[in-house]
Design a protein around this ligand. Structure first.
Ligand SMILES: [Zn+2]
Length: 163
């Protein structure tokens, strides 16, 4: 679900920022990019949050490849990051590209927790995943809550405005 992906993307970026010593400080732009990255893989689904807005991309994609194909693979991550590294000024990499990639990867990780899994090695057909939660089920809520709690704990009381 889109809301879960957005929450997980933001939480994943907080965790990466706080655990990775070299990662940049949390910024609104970084959080925004992480949330955006977490929504992007479902651009191959015309009914998804991004797919509805960018239907001119999502409809041909879903017709050609189907949902959870190319955009749910490591190939898409690598190609996307490589393209951005080439076109974006290096000062933007840590600020925009890194959170976008983290958010995107968090989406693939989250989808891998569902029974249908993700085709990480697309165009190979093999799907990777552990059937931990079904979409929208209680396990999904628990997973999201656990990540949010971890992110909030790592971010510290100041970030929550209670420090
Ligand atoms: Zn997905």
């Amino acid at each position: 679900m889109a809301a879960s992906h957005m929450a997980l993307g933001g939480a994943a970026w907080v965790v990466v920022t706080k655990l990775g010593g070299a990662a940049p400080e949390l910024s609104a732009a970084g959080m925004g990019m992480a949330v955006l990255g977490a929504l992007l893989p479902d651009i191959d689904h015309p009914g998804s949050a991004v797919g509805r807005r960018l239907w001119m991309i999502s409809r041909p994609l879903s017709m050609l490849i189907g949902h959870r194909g190319l955009t749910h693979s490591l190939l898409a991550v690598l190609a996307g990051v490589a393209a951005l590294v080439l076109v974006a000024p290096s000062s933007d990499l840590a600020v925009f590209v890194a959170p976008l990639a983290v958010g995107y990867l968090s989406h693939l990780a989250a989808d891998a927790l569902t029974p249908s899994g993700v085709p990480l090695l697309w165009p190979a057909k093999r799907r990777f995943g552990i059937a931990l939660c079904s979409t929208g089920g209680p396990a999904e809520m628990l997973t999201v809550a656990a990540w949010l709690a971890l992110a909030a704990w790592l971010a510290g009381p100041e970030a929550l405005g209670i420090g």
